[in-house]
Design a protein around this ligand. Structure first.
Ligand code: PLP
Length: 349
């Protein structure tokens, strides 16, 4: 159990705790931009829409997100995709060659890649057969150098959300930071952990515009945490990590909640329809429950079926080499037309 002596500063790497962040001169003048002449950043002065550096704090976008999600602006950090956010978290808390992280395969591949690029030991604790985490096993794999625990819920590639009781037990008992990756939360019947951010000083929640929000191309990842954690991450964030076009596009999109909700509704309806149809395919032996916009299934021979679909012009994901995922395939839910074509081809092969 976390005691009152829990102190986030003790988890931060020495060099990060000590460093003084880069500051751009523009920061101080944001609020009286009326008649200011900016000759501070060596930009080309001729306006073409993007000749100026972007707002390093992305305040307009954060203000909307804060309001929608019921958190403070100082509880948000934005990144060039979740991938950048995740990398910042590693570099803030994990001392290369000394600290370690815990991941729960089968899960999102980037956690492992980032551990390798940052030279951090990755302790893998497999999920159970039903793709749920086993807190006892996980906690017994941790030691004093275990800084981060990655929980992907709903989980990629299995699709299921983890039981909230198990997640809560892990947040309360793990002596490092628990990162909950909610890339697929908008497709889930379960609640986001954002509403409980205030309860847990060691909780980071990550979301993205890449999935339900339909903006994978602009690269925007969102990190929610205590203002203390956010201010530490901000110290090592590249100042202009989210470009102007991304900030603009993201702002337009997050304000258009009606359109997003409509698309999610369609995707969920299509997902149900796809699962119903998959049940009728002879070589499909198992369809796993999903809280995401994709479905994991088990088949007779994943590689053979994968190649047959490629031949017909449909690209899916073969997950057979992942632990616990032998002979599984992952299908993203497409448009109604795409899904109909997929089903037709599956019936033919
Ligand atoms: C797709 C996905 C992301 C999104 O990453 P971005 O860099 O924001 O596009 C994050 N986590 C998981 C588990 C995902 O599947």
């Amino acid at each position: 159990m976390k005691t009152n002596s829990f102190n986030i500063q003790n988890l931060v790497r020495d060099n990060v705790r000590k460093l003084k962040p880069y500051s751009s001169a523009r920061d101080e003048f944001k609020d009286f931009d009326k008649d200011m002449i900016f000759l501070d950043a060596n930009e080309n002065p001729f306006n073409n829409g993007v000749n100026r550096y972007p707002d390093p704090r992305q305040l307009n976008l954060k203000a909307v997100l804060a309001k929608q999600k019921g958190v403070g602006i100082d509880n948000i950090l934005l990144g060039n995709g979740s991938d950048e956010v995740l990398d910042l978290i590693y570099r803030t808390f994990c001392e290369p060659k000394i600290d370690n992280i815990l991941t729960l395969p089968p899960t999102y591949g980037m956690y492992k890649v980032l551990a390798e690029t940052n030279d951090i030991e990755n302790r893998e604790v497999l999920l159970n057969k039903d793709f749920q985490p086993d807190p006892e096993k996980i906690l017994s794999s941790a030691d004093d150098y275990s800084k981060l625990l990655f929980i992907c819920s709903p989980n990629n590639p299995t699709g299921n959300a983890f039981y909230p009781e198990l997640i809560e037990e892990l947040i309360k008992s793990f002596n490092g930071i628990v990162v909950i990756d909610e890339a697929y939360i908008d497709f889930s019947s379960q609640k986001s952990w954002l509403s409980r951010l205030n309860e847990f000083p060691n909780l980071i929640v990550i979301q993205t515009l890449s999935k339900a929000y339909g903006m994978a191309g602009i690269r925007l990842g969102i990190c929610y945490a205590s203002s203390e954690i956010i201010s530490i991450l901000n110290k090592i964030k590249p100042p202009y990590n989210v470009n102007s076009l991304t900030q603009q596009k993201a702002l337009e999109r997050v304000l258009n909640t009606k359109e997003i909700d409509k698309e999610i509704e369609t995707i969920l309806k299509e997902r149900d329809n796809l699962m119903e149809n998959l049940e009728k395919i002879s070589f499909v032996s198992e369809i796993y429950p999903t809280d995401a916009n994709f479905v994991l299934i088990r088949v007779d021979d994943a590689t053979k079926r994968y190649n047959q679909l490629i031949e017909k012009g449909i690209v899916i994901r073969n997950r057979t080499t992942q632990p616990l995922c032998e002979n599984t395939l992952r299908f993203t839910v497409g448009t109604p037309k795409e899904n109909a074509k997929l089903i037709k081809i599956l019936k033919e092969i």
